[in-house]
Each structure stands twice: as structure tokens, then as C-alpha cells.
Design a protein around this ligand. Structure first.
Ligand SMILES: O=c1ccn([C@@H]2O[C@H](COP(=O)(O)OP(=O)(O)O[C@H]3O[C@H](CO)[C@@H](O)[C@H](O)[C@H]3O)[C@@H](O)[C@H]2O)c(=O)[nH]1
Ligand SMILES: O=C(O)[C@H](O)COP(=O)(O)O
Length: 346
């Protein structure tokens, strides 16, 4: 039996349809599940909608006192540890509209085949996943070549062994309770003694996130720096990478150019210098150097390291979005940075 865990905050519009899909697909696949929703006490009544959705499988509803994705993930894990006979947990974000049977099947199969941590490789629009593409991916690739690409996309699956380790043996720092939870889980899996597997999934269709890039980046970057301070040894995991490369696709809806320009101006204002203006385009090389320099600062807090790099990250992302007109150019630009970083570390 497996837990399917849904972390949520204001997902009342989607959670009913999502729960119905999880219930039906699991029955079709002959899997016994318990659906656990942990909700940050959403004002839109998400947990009420969850509880009122009829299902064949048992449901458990948890309400957390604090707001933050990581609070929900931890609450789901605490439930997994308690449930007798539970073999592991598949996490699904509450805003996902593209879940299909194959998605669940691949996760169940990976867990039954002995994976402790399952990382999806989604097809993504080149305008999405900016914190993945420009921050997490290049920084991890220089440390763990051949590592799965999408370490913070959410929707991971975990064995009971890994969940028990996270609950009983690991101290959760404050950023692990935020959007920083994904990189926290991925790094502990990669640096611990676990089987990490990548699975191929189709598109992850969910709510757009560009409007909250600043908050999300700050939380993810703080968590990355804080977790890396603890994990000073070499990675121990056995990683099985899928045979497919990272596949970017062209976006169906492009981000409005004025929204991109506003974000660039926001970054320039944060830096408060005349060195940059609207026409400035940060090169791949410049961004690699900024990532490298920030990695090598000693004695600063993780939140300070994240704050240092935030405006430059926004300049990098907006430069990339302004200059990359198709998926091939975008992919080249992303890989340029990871190659540059690897060269700097040689
Ligand atoms: O305070 C919060 C914020 C979000 N969520 C839920 O967490 C999931 C993901 O949040 P969302 O705001 O949709 O994240 P995205 O914009 O989609 O961000 C992507 O990148 C994040 C940072 O790595 C990951 O946590 C996400 O899973 C991933 O989809 C959703 O079910 C949310 O309802 C919470 O439970 N509490
Ligand atoms: O990598 C990121 O920036 C986050 O995972 C958000 O991704 P999204 O653009 O698909 O919401």
C-alpha cells in the first residue's frame, strides 16, 4: 500500500478533479492507496472540498498551523511513517491538471523496483522552470555529473525507508518548510545512501509561476545553500538516469514581454547602480561567473547568499527570456552555463 500525498494551499478549484483521477487510476492499476491531503488551512476551503470528494480509497485530511509547502510535505511524511504496511509515498502538487494513469504507474513501478527517490523528467516549456534551469541545474551538474535535471519540480516519490530517514534522522532547517523543501529532499537523497531514479513524464500542466519568481527563488536558493552547508561529504547515492535527455518545448502561451521588462527593472532597482539599464543582456559567461563566485563566499548566512544573487538571477532570467526565441537556443544557453561552471572547477 502507498500513500498519495497532496500538499495544498488554495487549490479548491482543482483538488476534487485531481483526487478523483488519483482514486480511479489507482483502482485501474490494482494499487491500494490512502490519499493524504495536507493543507495550510487555505482560506478558499481546499480541505473541505477534499473531504467532500467521494472516493473508493481511504482519505486523510491534515491541516497545518503554518503556511509553507514544506509544512505540508513534513505532515504527509509523518503520516507515512505511522501507517502500517505503507511502502512509500507519491507526492502530487494540488494544482496539477495533467496527471494521467501512466504518471502514477511509472511511480508505483519505480518504488516497487527498489527506488528510494523518484525524480520526474518532464517536458517543459523553455520559459518555465527558471530556478531549475538557471540555478539548480548548473550548480548540481558540476558537483554530480549525469544527475537528473529537475531536482525542484515537485511530485517526487519516496520509499518508506527514505521517508523514515527524513523524519527520524534529519534536522529540517527553516527553509525546508518553504518552497525550499524540494531541493532539501533531492540533496539529502543524492548525498545519502539511497537509490535515486529518474522517470520520464509528459508535460506538467499547472498554474504559471513567473509572478512569484522572486519569493520562490529566495526560498529555494536559501535552502540550497543551507543544505549544502550540512552535506559536505561526497554524494553516495546510486543514481539511475533515464535514457532521455532534458527536452524543452516551445511555450503554448508566451510570458508577456512587458512582464519580463518589469521584472528586469525590478532587478536593476534592487542593484541600485548605473551599470545596468533596460538594454543590458547578461551573457551565459557572466552568469556562470556570478554563480561560481557566490558558491565560493565563506562565512555568510544562507539567506544572505540567496539575497546576494537574487537580482543577478532575475537579470539572467530576463536576459534569457528576451534573447531566447526557441527551444534549441534556450537549451544551448542553459547548457553553456553548466559547461562554463564545470570548466571553472577543473
Ligand atoms: O505555501 C504553500 C505554497 C504552495 N503549496 C502547494 O505546493 C504545491 C506546489 O506549489 P506551487 O505554488 O504550485 O508551485 P509551482 O509554482 O508549481 O513551483 C514549482 O517549483 C516549486 C519550487 O521548487 C516546487 O515546490 C513545486 O512543486 C513546483 O511545481 C501546490 O500544491 C501548492 O498548493 C503549499 O502547500 N503551501
Ligand atoms: O524551476 C522552477 O522555477 C520552479 O520549479 C517553477 O517551475 P514552473 O515555471 O514550472 O512553475
Amino acid at each position: 500500500m502507498f500513500v498519495i500525498g497532496i500538499p495544498s494551499y488554495n487549490e479548491s478549484k482543482n483538488i476534487k478533479a485531481l483526487v478523483e483521477k488519483i482514486d480511479t487510476y489507482s483502482s485501474n492499476l490494482g494499487e491500494k492507496i490512502i490519499i493524504v491531503n495536507s493543507d495550510n488551512n487555505s482560506p478558499d476551503g481546499t480541505s473541505k472540498v477534499f473531504k467532500n470528494t467521494p472516493t473508493v480509497h481511504k482519505k486523510i485530511s491534515i491541516i497545518t498551523k503554518e503556511i509553507g509547502k514544506g509544512y505540508n510535505i513534513r505532515a504527509i511524511f509523518e503520516e507515512v511513517v505511522k501507517i502500517k504496511g505503507c511502502l512509500g509515498c507519491i507526492l502530487i502538487d494540488g494544482d496539477i491538471t495533467s496527471l494521467d494513469e501512466e504518471w502514477l504507474k511509472k511511480n508505483f513501478t519505480a518504488l516497487k523496483d527498489g527506488a528510494d527517490y523518484v525524480i520526474p523528467n518532464y517536458k517543459r516549456s523553455f520559459q518555465e522552470g527558471n530556478t531549475t534551469n538557471h540555478f539548480i541545474f548548473p550548480l548540481i551538474q558540476y558537483q554530480i555529473p549525469n544527475c537528473p535535471m529537475q531536482l525542484i519540480a515537485g511530485d517526487f516519490a519516496l520509499s518508506k525507508k527514505y521517508v523514515q530517514y527524513l523524519i527520524n534522522e534529519i534536522v529540517w532547517h527553516k527553509y525546508a518548510y518553504t518552497y525550499g523543501v524540494d531541493i532539501f529532499l533531492s540533496l539529502h537523497a543524492l548525498y545519502g545512501d539511497f537509490n535515486v531514479t529518474e522517470i520520464e513524464l509528459d508535460r506538467k500542466v499547472h498554474n504559471p509561476s513567473f509572478h512569484k519568481i522572486e519569493k520562490m527563488f529566495y526560498e529555494v536558493a536559501s535552502s540550497y545553500y543551507e543544505t549544502k552547508k550540512i552535506l559536505t561529504h561526497l554524494p553516495k547515492s546510486k543514481v539511475i538516469k533515464s535514457n532521455k535527455d532534458y527536452s524543452l518545448i516551445d511555450p503554448i502561451y508566451k510570458i508577456d514581454i512587458n512582464i519580463i521588462k518589469n521584472q528586469k527593472n525590478n532587478a536593476i532597482n534592487m542593484l541600485n547602480t548605473s551599470l545596468y539599464n533596460d538594454d543590458y543582456i547578461m551573457s551565459d559567461k557572466e552568469w556562470s561567473k556570478i554563480l561560481f563566485d557566490n558558491e565560493n563566499i565563506k562565512g555568510q548566512s544562507s539567506s544572505q547568499l540567496a539575497k546576494n544573487i537574487l537580482p543577478f538571477f532575475l537579470l539572467r532570467v530576463t536576459s534569457y527570456l528576451q534573447s531566447c526565441t526557441n527551444k534549441s537556443v534556450a537549451l544551448k544557453s542553459i547548457f553553456n552555463v553548466s559547461h562554463e561552471l564545470r570548466n571553472m572547477y577543473r
